[in-house]
Design a protein around this ligand. Structure first.
Ligand SMILES: [Zn+2]
Length: 285
């Protein structure tokens, strides 16, 4: 049986009768084909296709069988009305549900869905060759887009981002309020690694830019895929080594040292920052 994960923008689209997010493993290809057949007729077709043998939607540019025995993905165009009996569940909400018992999401539950989502987005955004502009095809021998004119290959992009828990000599952690956060939530300092930069360099630079602190003893803790659209979050701890907190006033509007007994509103389960904060709270870092 081939299972299909259906997405629309940042939501997982699933049949209402299967809407138990903890146990959802995709929808059978035949059911997806039947429900989204109008899409196949309405959308552009791509001639060269790894999933051609699946029939139905496999001829649609929105469908991607990425060469694994049992999984495929379908991206619905934004705004397309859902067939009766189907519902949209925002992926971040789904992650908070599948992570509620463990804080960090469980890769056995979340992995296949996040992989399908990441690949579907990459594929939709790589329809043309970045060198010569010819329409790409799917490479027959690996997960890549292949330009039939110049042979350029493009692979799923993964963008490393660092997120760091800073601890001071009083065993307090630095938590910051970002102007994008709703309400009074505080979280960790995070940012993307820049071209030519090491992960440690990104940790030091982001912390200095956002809160003006110098740090030392950077240690890697764990990682988590975050395909919104293509990040890999790499988690670190470090020690405060100098300087006073100076929020940058743009991204970060407030930052303070918090003890375990006086914590502010924290990010929800499923977020990597909450995982790191909880590891610090329970003393396992
Ligand atoms: Zn090309």
């Amino acid at each position: 049986m081939k299972s299909v994960y259906v997405f629309q923008e940042n939501s997982l689209i699933l049949p209402e009768k299967d809407a138990d997010p903890l146990h959802y493993r995709g929808t059978d290809l035949q059911i997806v084909n039947k429900n989204f057949d109008s899409l196949r007729k309405a959308r552009t077709r791509e001639p060269s296709f790894a999933g051609e043998a699946c029939g139905g939607l496999a001829g649609s540019a929105d469908f991607f069988d990425f060469g694994e025995a049992d999984t495929a993905a379908l991206s619905l165009p934004p705004g397309l009305p859902l067939p009766p009996g189907w519902t949209a569940l925002p992926l971040r909400q789904w992650l908070s549900v599948v992570s509620a018992e463990t804080v960090m999401f469980d890769p056995r539950r979340a992995g296949p869905v996040l992989r399908a989502f990441h690949i579907a987005q990459w594929r939709a955004g790589s329809r043309f060759c970045g060198s010569c502009g010819t329409a790409n095809t799917d490479a027959p021998d690996e997960l890549a887009r292949l330009c039939p004119a110049c042979g350029r290959r493009e692979y799923p992009r993964i963008s490393p981002a660092v997120i760091t828990l800073i601890i001071n000599d009083e065993d307090k952690a630095l938590l910051a309020h970002n102007n994008k956060f709703a309400g009074g939530m505080y979280s960790l300092i995070a940012g993307f690694t820049e071209a030519g930069e090491s992960l440690e360099g990104a940790v030091e630079r982001e912390i200095f830019e956002e809160v003006g602190l110098e740090i030392a003893k950077i240690q890697y803790v764990a990682s988590q895929p975050w395909p919104f659209p293509n990040s890999l979050m790499l988690g670190f701890t470090c020690r405060h080594a100098g300087g006073e907190i100076k929020p940058d006033g743009k991204e970060i509007t407030d930052a303070r040292w918090f003890s375990r007994g006086s914590l502010p509103l924290l990010p929800g389960f499923g977020s990597f920052s909450r995982y790191l904060i909880n590891r610090w709270i329970d003393g396992s870092l």
